[in-house]
Every structure is written in C-alpha cells, then in structure tokens.
Design a binder for this molecule. Structure first.
Ligand code: LLP
Length: 451
C-alpha cells in the first residue's frame, strides 16, 4: 500500500503492467528495477521487456480464445512482432503456439526447442530450403500463398516421403482501416488467393488433388493495428461462405479457420484499442451465425496476435545527447531533443507515421512543458522518434527518456543504418534483470567484412 501511494500510476494501456513512476523522485521502474539501475548495468539505448506482462498478455489471448472458441482453439504468436529464444521458451511453456514467416524465425523457434508441431509457417515467397526445413522438422501447418507454392510444397513433401498439412491464405477483399502498408486483405495485394476472382477456389481444387498435401483449412490476415471489429466480421462471413462452397462443390470439409492477428494497441493517450474479449465475442457470434446460415459445422479456430502481446510489454530507454531550440517560420520555438538511437531501433515513425509518447524517466521535473521533437542520431531529417510532444523545458543532456509500447516491430525491424549497433533486449521480472538479446558490438559488424 505504501509502495502504491509513492508511485504515479502510468496509463496501463501504453505502459507495461509493472511500470511505475516514483512520485518523489520521478524515476521510472519496471519489473521492480529502477531505470538508473538498468542503465548502469546495460547502457542505452535498451529495450526493457516486462516478462510477466508479455506472458500475461499471451495467456489472456490463450484463455479468451479457449473461452469463446473451445479448448481446441489455438493462439499462434506472430514472431515477426518480436522474437527471441527466451520469449519462444515462455510461449512454449505457457501453451501458446508460434507463427513464423522465414527460415530465420523458424531457426530461433527451433533453437528454443519449440515443439515443431505447434508452429505455423507463413510467407508469400518461401524458399525451397525453408519449405524443406519446415516439412522435415514437422511443422503443424504451412500456409500456402500461390499455386506455384502449392506445387513446390507438394513436390518437396513427396521427395521427403511425407504429407504436409496446409492452409490456404485467402484474400477476402477487405480494406482494413489502417496504414496502407499494413493492410493486407484488399484485392490488389501480394498476399494470398482472392476469393472474389475465383483464385481461391482454383487453389482449393489444386490442393485437394495434390497427393502430398492435406488441405485442412483456410487462413486470412486482414491487416495490423486494427481498431474496429467490422473487418474481422466481414472476413469471417466471406471465409465461412467459401468453406461452405468448397464443401458443396467438392465434398471436402475444411475444418480449420485461422483469421490472423491485427489487434490494435495504444501508443498514446489518444488511442482507444478494442477490448480483446469483446472482439472475440463478436467474432464468435458472427461465426455461429454464419456456420448456421451456410450449414457447415464450426471449424477449429486459430488467431495470430503479435503486436498486442509484445507491444505494450516493452519500453525503450534512451539517453538525451543534445538539446537545441529551433525558431520556426511562425516565430515559435521547437525544442529538438536528440537521443542515442532513432530510426535504426524504431523505424515505425518514419515508415508509417506512427506516434509514440515519452516520459522523462530519471528524475522529476516541475518545469513547464514545451513543444518538442524527439529525434535520433542518424544522418537523416526523417529520423524522428516523436514528431510533436510537450516535454519539460528543462531536459538536458544525460537525462533519460522512456518510450513506451515499443515491443512490437521495434527490435524486430531494427537495422544497422549508419553502422549503429542494435540495442539489447533486457527482460525484467520481480527485481531481476536478464539479457535475452545482447547489445551488438563493433566486432559483430566487422565480422561480416571480408575485404
Ligand atoms: N499473421 C500474419 C499472417 C501477419 O502477416 C501478421 C503481421 C500477424 C499475424 C500479426 O499481426 P499483429 O497482431 O502484430 O498486428 N511492421 C508493421 C506491422 C506489419 C505486420 C505484418 N503482419 C508495423 O510496425 O506496424
């Protein structure tokens, strides 16, 4: 109780569950560890991952999925949001399956001894080697994305003397309300087989005929960072109608339906994400109604959340390096605060115009807020972490900024642009910190040089 009264509550939608800001000192702590302790040990920039929060979010999806769709429903965590051997081990232990979309993501899962029969493999251009590896280790599903790929999977499975369970990636023709680059189920898109054009039916017929394929069901993913359930409901309607059509015309029952991920999260106080229980309940209602209407039995359901598990569980800590006031055309001043990372550890603001929030994490400030822009250290004007934010006017070099909700597509999309070293990921829990991905070293960069 005493602990509570000394801590400012941080918005639980944006910050990890254990994040607190000390009321007297203003210092941020996560997983029972102060920002200053973490920085002393691990330096900046660093991704701090709240282990219990990550695992709790994954288990919430698992339990909600079971509650609405039954015990055989499955959650496949989307590795692309963030993956590591440690997180794969947590997911394996917590009964959450894994979606991978490259040989690299599969390799991390296998290095964690993740059970292959709980892995689903995606991708619109899987290589022969990737397909071979997936079949050989015995993954649960390969999600087929083109006719060429159907034949490729069939012939590789044949060569290995196996039959491979597959799902068809379908395009239900839906324009999800999200950034253009992360909407995936409208017609003019590289993914999947269009239902409307007949490509999906052709793919189903082709798959049914192939000797080494077991066509178990269908898959779709309508996009990412979605705040509205309408797209999911419409996708369900179209997928169920498709399943019924295949049953009617080819007497084959597709008994597995995976409707992907995409559940949006809050990055700033203005974001109001959907309640996951409410969305799943609505999807369940739509499923029951559609199955009844189309006279098919309820398929086994799977979902693939990534962002909603990893995103809010991680925070980036940066150290401020320079502060500069810039006078704008209208005579107003903007404070540019440069931190020791930027677009190499968070490309999302430059790529999608994504917005983030920030907190002065090492001390309390009573200085009035001033219009500010948080920028990185890359040689590029677009290297912006937060375009417009009001931050205390007394921020100086050496201060620490914490950016919440960087867990998804931050470290996983990080680059070495300008030969910057990618930050570590430090998992914190109950006062204990452990490195799950170490900071890159100059020797890692030089190790690739052969000149
Ligand atoms: N399943 C499939 C087949 C996907 O393609 C994706 C994401 C997911 C599941 C997980 O979606 P989530 O639950 O994380 O929204 N780099 C972008 C996001 C790209 C998402 C790609 N596919 C970003 O930073 O916003």
């Amino acid at each position: 109780m005493a602990e509570e009264s000394r801590s400012n509550r941080l918005n639980g939608l944006i910050w990890p569950a254990t994040a607190k800001s000390d009321e007297e000192t203003g210092e941020l702590s996560i997983g029972g560890l102060k920002a200053s302790e973490l920085i002393k040990e691990y330096g900046t920039p660093a991704f701090i991952l709240d282990e219990s929060d990550f695992r709790a979010r994954a288990k919430t999806f698992r339990d909600a999925t079971h509650k609405f769709f039954g015990e055989d429903a499955e959650v496949y965590y989307a590795s692309k949001a963030f993956t590591s051997v440690a997180t794969c081990k947590w997911l394996a232990a917590d009964g959450v399956n894994l979606d991978v979309c490259t040989g690299g993501e599969l390799a991390v899962a296998l290095a964690a001894n993740f059970p292959p029969n709980r892995i689903e493999v995606h991708g619109n251009n899987k290589s022969v080697a990737e397909i071979e590896e997936a079949i050989q280790v015995g993954v649960r599903f390969i999600v087929a994305d083109s006719l060429i790929e159907l034949d490729r999977i069939n012939s590789i499975a044949g060569r290995l003397g196996k039959k491979q369970a597959i799902l068809l990636r379908l395009t239900p023709g839906i324009s999800a309300h999200t950034h253009e680059s992360i909407a995936t189920a409208h017609e003019d898109v590289k993914f999947g087989f269009s239902i409307a054009s007949g490509a999906a039916m052709l793919a189903a017929v082709t798959a049914i005929k192939r000797e080494h394929l077991i066509l178990e069901g269908v898959h779709c993913h309508i996009g990412s960072q979605i705040f509205d359930d309408a797209g999911f409901i419409l996708a369900i309607e179209r997928l169920i109608r498709f399943i019924a059509e295949v049953k009617k015309t080819h007497s084959v029952e597709l008994h597995h339906l995976d409707f992907g991920g995409g559940f949006g999260i809050a990055y700033t106080d203005l974001d109001d994400p959907m309640d996951i229980h409410l969305v799943l309940q609505k999807i369940h209602e739509a499923l029951v109604a559609q199955c009844e209407k189309n006279e098919i039995s309820m398929p086994t359901i799977a979902i693939e959340p990534g962002r909603a598990i990893a995103g809010p569980a991680m925070v980036t800590l940066y150290e401020v390096g320079t502060v500069k006031d810039v006078v704008l055309e209208d005579g107003k001043t903007r404070t540019y605060i440069s931190v020791d990372g930027g677009m190499s550890d968070n490309i999302r603001p430059s790529l999608y115009g994504a917005e983030y929030s920030a907190l002065l994490a090492n001390r309390i400030s009573t200085a009035p807020p001033t219009p500010s822009r948080v920028v990185g250290k890359h040689c590029e004007t677009g290297d912006i972490v937060i375009r417009d934010i009001a931050l205390p006017s007394d921020i100086v070099p050496g201060d620490v900024l914490a950016i919440p909700a960087t867990g998804a597509y931050g470290r996983s999309m990080a680059s070495n642009y300008n030969h910057i070293l990618r930050p570590p990921v430090i998992a914190v829990s109950d006062g204990v910190a452990k490195t799950i991905i170490r900071r890159e070293k100059i020797s890692d960069l030089l190790a690739l040089e052969e000149g």
